[in-house]
Each structure stands twice: as structure tokens, then as C-alpha cells.
Design a protein around this ligand. Sequence first.
Ligand code: PLP
Length: 238
Amino acid sequence: MTTSGERPATTDPVIGLAHLSGEVAAACARAGRSVQSVTLVAASKTVAPDRLAQTIEAGHLAYGENRVQEAKGKWPGLLERFAGVELHLIGPLQSNKVREAVALFDVIQSVDRPSLCSALAKQCERQERWPRLFVQVNTGVEPQKAGVLPDDADAFLQTCRDTHRLDVVGLMCVPPADQPPEPHFTLLAELAERNGLKQLSMGMSGDYTTAIEHGATHVRVGSAIFGARPYPTNLPTP
Ligand SMILES: *Cc1c(COP(=O)(O)O)cnc(C)c1O
């Protein structure tokens, strides 16, 4: 079964990517925004390295993985072959994976708790590598979902800056699957504005055009590029 935004798994990833890039450009034009103001992060979980090599060769450089373990197995070989790739961690980060995450990722979008901040600060200093950081906000206040609660976001951002000296550049959210995304995108944009943050990572296969209308600077799109995944990886398995 596929939902509206998904393409068949057999889709040529280069064609899927070209299609999606065109859709992003059209959404930018409709919103009166420049194409350069939105980064398409290709969500590549479960996508095999040979398919990723094809899209990298076609010139696409921004990718998002949601598990450190999977990324560690898949990306070092590709990073050796291709220069210029920008790797985003878009899934939850466990404290015991921080060392590996700092070593591998250019952007970590899922900062969401003080203990993670201190572990990140320590590893960044130690490795002299400073991935760009986004704070994830649980805009729908869903108990099973990662992210700081909207009411805690201001204080948490202050802790990131003042206590841990972390350079947070933006906010990220994954709205509840069963609700219209607009109020969540609006809320995230308000929180960012109020905290002087310029970057907004929001929008997935089903709602990236809406996210672009609401100011997204990063959209994370997987199945609409690569086809339906063999199993849902961002949900607990039943
Ligand atoms: C998988 C994933 C996406 C992309 O989801 P699609 O619906 O396939 O576009 C975006 N964000 C996160 C955090 C994800 O885990």
C-alpha cells in the first residue's frame, strides 16, 4: 500500500529526485521564495548505497538518515568516493551514539534534551568538529515522539546556548501523522522567530509544499523520491 506522496519502490532514484526538485522549485515560486532558500534533504533510510551513489552522481548532495547505526554502515564508503555530501541526522540520538554522530554528520537535527547537549558539547570539543544543530520540537505533544515540548522550547534553547555553548541554527518538527500540518508549521516558525533562529526543518513527502509556504528552509523527503520503504522505520514496529 502506498499513500499519496509515495512512488513505487522500483522508481529510478535519479528520476524521483529530478521530479521532486522540480516540485520544490514550483512550490518556492508559488510562495514567492527563491529556490536557494530551501534545501531538499533526501531522507535515505533503507535506501541502498548503490542507489544513493546514483543520486549523488546526479548532483544531489544533502541526505538525511534517521539511525546512526545504519548511517555508519552505509555512508563512510560513499563519503570516500564523493566529495561535498552533507549528511543530516534526522532521527532521535541516543547519548551512547553521540561520539559516532559527531564524527559522521554535518547537521544534527534532533537535539532534544539537556543530557544530550552536554554529551554533544563534550564530543564537539574533543573531535574539534561542530555539526550544525537543530532543536527538535514535539509540536503535537505526542508521548511517543522525540522533541522538546513547545512550552519548554525557549528555556531549552537558552540552556543550549548559555550552559553548553552550542550553536543551534534552527528548529525541526515531525507533526502528528493524523492532523493537518499547518498549525504545527506555524508554531515552529513562531518559536524560531521568537528565538532568533533562521532555519526551519519541516515537511516530508506528504506535506513539503505546505511546509515551504510556511517558511521551511529544509524539507526532508524520502518516499516521494526513492519509493515506498519496505517497512515503516520511524514508527515503533507493531
Ligand atoms: C523518514 C523520515 C522523513 C521522510 O519521510 P517520507 O514520508 O518518506 O518523506 C522525514 N523526517 C524524518 C524524521 C524521517 O524519519
